[in-house]
Design a protein around this ligand. Sequence first.
Ligand code: BGC
Ligand code: NOJ
Length: 822
Amino acid sequence: MRYGHFDDDRREYVITRPDTPLPWINYLGTEDFLSLISNTAGGYAFYRDARLRRLTRFRYNNVPPDQGSRFLYLRDDDTDRPPQAPLFWRPTGQPSPAPLENYECRHGLGYTRLRTSQSGIQADLRFFVPLGENLEIWQIRVTNQRKRPARLSLFAVVEFCLWDAWDDATNYQRNLSLAEVEVEDGVIYHKTEYRERRNHFAYFACSGTPAGYDTQRSAFLGDYRGWETPLAVTAGRLSNSIAHGWEPIGAHQLPMELEPGATSEVILLLGYAENPAASKFDPPGSQTLDKRIVRPTIQRLLEPEAVEQAFRESTAAWDETRSALQVETPDPHTNRLVNIWNPYQLSVTFNVSRSASYFDTGIGRGIGFRDASQDLLGSLLFIPDRARRRLLDLAATQLPDGGAYHQYQPLTKIGNNDIGSGFHDDPLWLVLATAAYVKETGDFDILNESVPFDNAVGTETSLEDHLRRALRFTLDRIGPHGLPLIGRADWNDCLNLNCFSDSPGQSFQTTVNKDGKIAESVFIAGLFILASQEMVALVERRGYPAEAESLVDAAHAMETAVWDAGWDGAWFRRAYDDAGRPIGSAECQEGQIFIEPQGICIMAGLGLQDGRARTALDSVAARLATPHGIVLHAPAYRRYYLHLGEISSYPPGYKENGSVFCHTNPWIMIAEARAGRGDAAFDYYLRINPSAREEQSDVHRCEPYVYAQMIAGREAPTYGEAKNSWLTGAAAWAHVAMTQWILGIRPEFDGLRIDPCIPSAWDGFKASRAFRGRNFRIVVRNPDKVCRGVVEMKVDGVKVPGVVVSADLPEGEHSVEIRLGR
Ligand code: BGC
Ligand code: NOJ
């Protein structure tokens, strides 16, 4: 069952009913001003940091869950209204005494549109954040489809958050006495705490001539009423209230008189601005907000032509971004994801990491070190300059011993002390991300950039040295089997082998009551080998052969340790616990085989020569693969194990306890591709591809246009149900697996490798790919119906040996023709 459909030509997902199983959301903004918008226009807006600079409130654990941010009402002010006609309704599809007669929501790249109608009044709403602006535009067109004139009022409301979303949600005793606003020329300014240490404010402006405003929530809603039936809308007028403490809002009333067939357009702006700390007031010495910085913007963007222009620029920018890689394969789900939605989701994970979604509240996490590093693997192709900055920011949260803060706050870029460091896989991901960046861009200079540790002035050293220390960090922490010590956790945040938590509420990640000298991770071993291969290639090109050699030796020793202690006979083991017992072994009762080490070890090349990789992948197929994707481990843990940590705290089949944790599935796709099995790789790809799952939307329940973090595993009662959509490393890895390993278009230090491993049924495919100032038009033909094997490559019509297109070709367009065969 579906709740809508894809409109690929417009690059939109069209939702045809407001009651999707969960709010199906979109993101607005790609720079500093960001907001979430659901299919009924709920959500929240923030500036850079969803916790520290929240503009509008989101009410946690609320029902329905998608309220917030954008409250709109259309009121029929006609006194001769037919008796059955509703007095007012909500054109966004939010709960209201009068449900909509027609509803359609279109989530596009960077914008959301709604077209709804009730009693002959059609509303067309468009929401987006213009490039280079710190504001969100609401463009609202109301059309009278009745046969008689209509007199209406549009009420448009935002509820302000007192900036720090955590404090706002909890610290009532202070916050209820703080709020301050100003209203000037019909613009509502929210300036709580501006008189003291803040120099930023928000505003809510509207075009036309408003009939009134409210800024105190209680005046608008009335006592004992909620957003469904506000008193002011029922009464038909706002009372020009000024908030002093309590809950500040911005509400505008816009009257409209419409002849039959006539349309009226209103523009609203929800914006954010900062003044220099030393000149916040106008006139100086007063307590009045200096608004000069925003007046011209407000004036300009309340004009429809300017809004149209801004909208065109924002969609053009999206087309430009996406154009870096476009493909035409026989599979529509692949095309849709690779060409449209996957790059889009990648821009969101780049911007918010795991901080702000309908599952991540924006008050918990900041930017995760390993998360952001892995996200870059997918997004750097589209935004190489921003990727460069991000790499340097991440490296600056490394510690001198090579370890890293697990997270940092986007506003301050300072490592988060609450969670701290000690996740022993973290630093290695930076090596992969940096290598991927250099391969994409050829920008070896980034390695010379000087970067501090823990953001401390005076500790600067080259990025190259940061990477060196990242690898050293692993080698300095080796356990009894010669494998890396796991620390608080590795990629699986919930495999906490040094925690042994027996008290409710304790953090599995930061409570450590073992000395950490026994429990080891096979996963980190594989990751180390992979990262050291990248580093070897980098330092060889930088002219340090001795260093390369010693790294090769270290990786070799690690590989030996994996074969000695990490191979279980038919698959790779997962870890060793604090008592030195294997995890992820046939000798375990539960959790006999885990997906992560099969993926990472084979990605690092282990077992590809001697058949053991295929054996491990066959074990994955037999024991972990389900129609809904590959589960993390099997059997899932049925009870809580003190020595395993958070993993066994989840009921079987959920989250880290044996769900299909989508992030890891592409590792198996890559491993299958490395083993030459394109059919298996593609089959796994389709199992989690959200578009391919669209037709089971009633089971999947999350948005069909983006990956979700998890799909409940087969041991869960809700098997097949996705959760935690949008903010997941699955977006990056699925993109990498499909484009670099299945389609096989893979940047390398010296050029672009094109070595597909596709489903044997495909006749071939086409792609257009930007690479270091060149654009390659690639045509792959597969007449013999093989998965892999390039028998001929022509560049600009001329046969060339090998499968790597040189990075030294002149800039501009080039054609690449490839024939696969036996
Ligand atoms: C996991 C969560 C866990 C959290 C701890 C995440 O990576 O997915 O289930 O609660 O780490 O911070
Ligand atoms: C989500 C976290 O953000 C990520 O860092 C982690 O690797 C996975 N969960 C698995 O635990």
